[in-house]
Structure formats: structure tokens, C-alpha cells
Design a protein around this ligand. Structure first.
Ligand code: SAM
Length: 176
């Protein structure tokens, strides 16, 4: 089973999946995150392919992966960028391949922070994620963006925080 951890960061899912015996590829644009992940893999004696690349254009052949995992990544872009990335995700997944995605909901308490770039998309201007673009999905839009996939499960997780909800959608997908 070939699994892509798209936007793997420091690799909490990459390591988990590699330990479970999957053939894992981790892709991220951050050299720092990939360096941290490589050290963790070395310590655990795990072998994983790490790729430093933009998700907008995935450097893989068509229909290659059996599954794609992407948590808290796909919302880092404008609508046009997200649509382009999803086209790429679809392309590199095999037919009947599975996807697990966690992404930001419009109900999240950080909605409206920073500078608005377009409807529901903000460039954070302070804090840990200063300079990073966040798109906040309404559910209907999310369903339409993932329209080429079969959405086998979608639920919204709302975690109460001091300033509102920490709000994310969890999607399970299949490439029909
Ligand atoms: C919030 S972290 C999530 C990391 C990991 N998926 C997890 O759940 O622990 C977001 C990750 O997405 C990566 N990322 C953001 N924009 C990206 C892009 N355009 N292409 C590839 N990776 C990107 C960041 O470098 C970062 O590692």
C-alpha cells in the first residue's frame, strides 16, 4: 500500500503509517519540517521517501498512490490554489484509492484574523502562523471542491475554546 502524507510536516502520520508497514511518501514544502522528520525516521530505523515540493504540482505519476492522508494542510492557499491541488491529488490517486483529509471550517474561532485576500481566505498577520494563508471552508463549498471524489464520510469537529470553536472538517474519500 503506497500512502502519500501530503504536507507531512514533522511527520506524526508519516511515522505512524511507516511503523504500521505502509510504503510511505511524505511531501512538504518546509525543509525544516522534513529535516526534523528525517531525524525521527533515522532514530526509529524507518525508511520513508521524503520529498520537498509544493503541493500545487505533485511530482508523481498518475494513479500512483493507494491512499492519501492530509491533515491541516489543504486550507493553506487561495481558492484557486486549493482547486489546483485537489486536481493533483485526484490525478496521483489510483481508482478506488482512499483519502483522509482534515481541514479548516469557517466556524473556527480564527476566522477573520489577519488580512482578507478573498472571501473566506485570510493571510495571518501575527502569531505563530504569521504570513501563512488560511482558507476557511463552508461545508457546501468543501463538498463541491471534493466533488470529483466520492465523500464516504464527512463530519465537523467543534472543540470549544475560550474564544470560540476550534473547528475542522474530517473527510474520508474514495476516488471513484
Ligand atoms: C499545520 S502543518 C500540518 C502537518 C501535518 N500534516 C500534521 O498534521 O501534523 C501544515 C504543513 O503544511 C505544509 N504546507 C503548507 N503549504 C504547503 C504547500 N503549498 N505545499 C506543501 N506543503 C505545504 C507546511 O509546511 C506544514 O508542514
Amino acid at each position: 500500500m503506497r500512502v502519500l502524507d501530503l504536507g507531512c510536516g514533522a511527520g506524526r502520520h508519516t511515522v505512524f503509517l511507516a511503523k504500521a508497514g505502509f510504503q510511505v511518501t511524505g511531501l512538504d514544502v518546509s525543509e525544516t519540517a522534513l529535516g526534523e522528520l528525517q531525524s525521527r525516521l533515522d532514530k526509529a530505523n524507518l525508511s520513508v521517501t521524503l520529498v520537498k515540493h509544493e503541493m500545487l504540482e505533485l511530482p508523481f505519476i498518475n494513479n500512483y498512490f493507494d491512499a492519501v492522508v492530509s491533515t491541516n494542510v489543504l486550507h493553506h492557499g487561495t481558492v484557486a490554489e486549493i482547486e489546483r491541488t485537489l486536481g493533483e491529488v485526484y490525478r496521483i490517486m489510483r481508482k478506488d484509492g482512499l483519502g483522509l483529509v482534515v481541514t479548516l471550517s469557517k466556524k473556527d474561532f480564527r476566522y477573520g484574523n489577519g488580512r482578507q485576500l478573498e472571501p473566506d481566505t485570510y493571510l495571518f498577520t501575527e502569531g505563530d502562523e504569521k504570513g501563512i494563508v488560511h482558507h476557511f471552508f463552508p461545508e457546501e463549498e468543501l463538498r463541491s471542491f471534493f466533488g470529483q471524489f466520492e465523500i464516504t464520510n464527512l463530519n465537523e469537529e467543534l472543540v470549544p475554546m475560550e474564544k470560540g470553536y476550534w473547528a475542522h472538517f474530517h473527510l474520508k474519500l474514495r476516488k471513484a
